[in-house]
Design a protein around this ligand. Structure first.
Ligand code: HEC
Ligand code: HEC
Length: 354
């Protein structure tokens, strides 16, 4: 241990002396600023929770950095929590570090072993103990949000979707076991390991939750995502197409980026490729207010249309096929909303390529 430390320090010194060390000019991403621009709209300033689940010190002591990292990356598809796939690794780690410093906690290290159990029995137990809060197949109650509509009044947290692929891809077996056994203090999530379920029961539940993840297998999901793009040719050149798109969007009363998220470097590739530009026309800043009116508006989050110029000069617009995305939702109202959004988006594309 000691000798590797010295080894590292020496290597560092040698690189520095040889001028090979990366220049210090690139400032490390500011985790606090990133959290404030990307997360507080839903999780609130001190993590007390709002639309998003509370992010508290009590909770963090039971969560690993790996889980936090993956949760930010994967989001919860079909729920409100977005996948922050455009942040760099350094930015995501900066947010995780910030959450750790601010909550004064350290990464929870559960064993990384795979827990095996009886899926059929787990399913039975889930139907008996969990379904009333977490919904059939853990898809969440018919709200599509992490918080109840009436949060301002009674501060009740709507139970998260524990069968959600984004959640299951982020959580280790050890974490699932830990949450089910010990619960979440101060929330509706009880410590089932202390009120009637033995260790084998808990393992069966973990195995059942894992089986839910398999039901939407990655290839199927990828296929869905590839069907999920609408690609149309533009008759105009790149700049004109971009301008027309922005105009069409503001004609539909969408607020178009750039705004302060971009200034803060949240989407660094915005400027990286001049012939590929993604226009985002939803905005986290307004989101909190919007969601207070109607949490279903959160599905507007993926609103983005990308303009690209192919090598042969043809300019194309790429949008998401919201009706395909809508199949990932577990909620009829959300599906209807996605279909509406899809119609508006098609009208916009038609206007731009007419
Ligand atoms: C009375 C309602 C209720 C019941 C019953 C319940 N839960 Fe929960 N569960 C919750 C709430 C609320 C949370 C979120 C608490 C928080 O973090 O603030 C939660 C969190 C969880 C989490 C963590 C999810 C995440 O996003 O971090 C898992 C896993 C979980 N529950 C599994 C189960 C299982 C398995 C059962 C059945 C044995 C069960 N729950 C029964 C309300 C419930
Ligand atoms: C648009 C709202 C929204 C934004 C923005 C958002 N979240 Fe969330 N977040 C949620 C919701 C809702 C959930 C609960 C998931 C569910 O409903 O199943 C959640 C869950 C989480 C969880 C899991 C908590 C647990 O108990 O396991 C973490 C960690 C988290 N968010 C961190 C973040 C971070 C960090 C950011 C910023 C990079 C962020 N979120 C941005 C809405 C949001």
């Amino acid at each position: 241990m000691c000798s590797t430390m010295i080894g590292k320090v020496t290597l560092h010194a040698v690189l520095l002396a040889a001028g090979l060390q990366a220049p210090v000019a690139v400032a490390a991403p500011d985790g606090k600023a990133l959290f404030e621009s990307a997360c507080v709209a839903c999780h609130r300033q001190d993590g007390q929770g709002g639309i998003g689940l509370p992010l508290t010190e009590k909770k963090f002591v039971r969560l690993s950095d790996d889980y936090l990292y993956k949760t930010i990356r994967n989001g919860r598809p079909g729920r409100i929590m977005p996948a922050f796939d455009r942040l760099s690794d350094a930015q995501v780690y900066a947010i995780v570090d910030y959450l750790r410093t601010w909550s004064g906690t350290e990464s929870f290290n559960g064993a990384e072993t795979v827990i095996s159990g009886d899926v059929a029995n787990g399913q039975k137990l889930f139907a008996g103990y969990c379904v009333n809060c977490h919904g059939p197949a853990g898809m969440g109650l018919d709200k599509g949000t992490g918080q109840s509509y009436s949060r301002e009044r009674d501060f009740k947290v709507v139970p998260p979707a524990v069968g959600n692929t984004g959640f299951l891809r982020s959580a280790s077996d050890a974490m699932l076991k830990d949450v089910i056994t010990n619960g979440r203090r101060g929330t509706l999530m009880a410590a089932f390991g202390k009120i009637g379920l033995n260790e084998q029961n808990v393992n069966d539940l973990v195995a059942y939750l894992r089986s839910l993840q398999m039901q939407l297998s990655p290839p199927q999901e990828e296929k869905m995502m590839s069907d999920a793009s609408i690609i149309v040719d533009s008759p105009e050149n790149f700049d004109t197409t971009l301008e027309n798109l922005k105009q069409a969007l503001s004609g539909y009363n969408f607020r178009v980026f750039p705004d302060r998220l971009l200034e803060k470097g949240l989407f660094p590739e915005w400027e990286a490729n001049k012939k590929q530009m993604t226009i985002r026309y939803c905005n986290f800043n307004d989101l909190y207010d919007m969601l207070k009116i109607d949490p279903r508006l959160g599905v507007g989050l993926p609103c983005r249309i990308t303009v690209v110029e192919r090598d042969d000069g043809q300019v194309q617009l790429i949008a998401m096929n919201m009706t395909v995305i809508a199949r990932l939702f577990n909620n009829d109202q959300l599906r209807d909303y996605a279909v509406d959004l899809d119609n508006i988006q098609r009208q916009i594309l038609e206007e731009v390529t007419f």
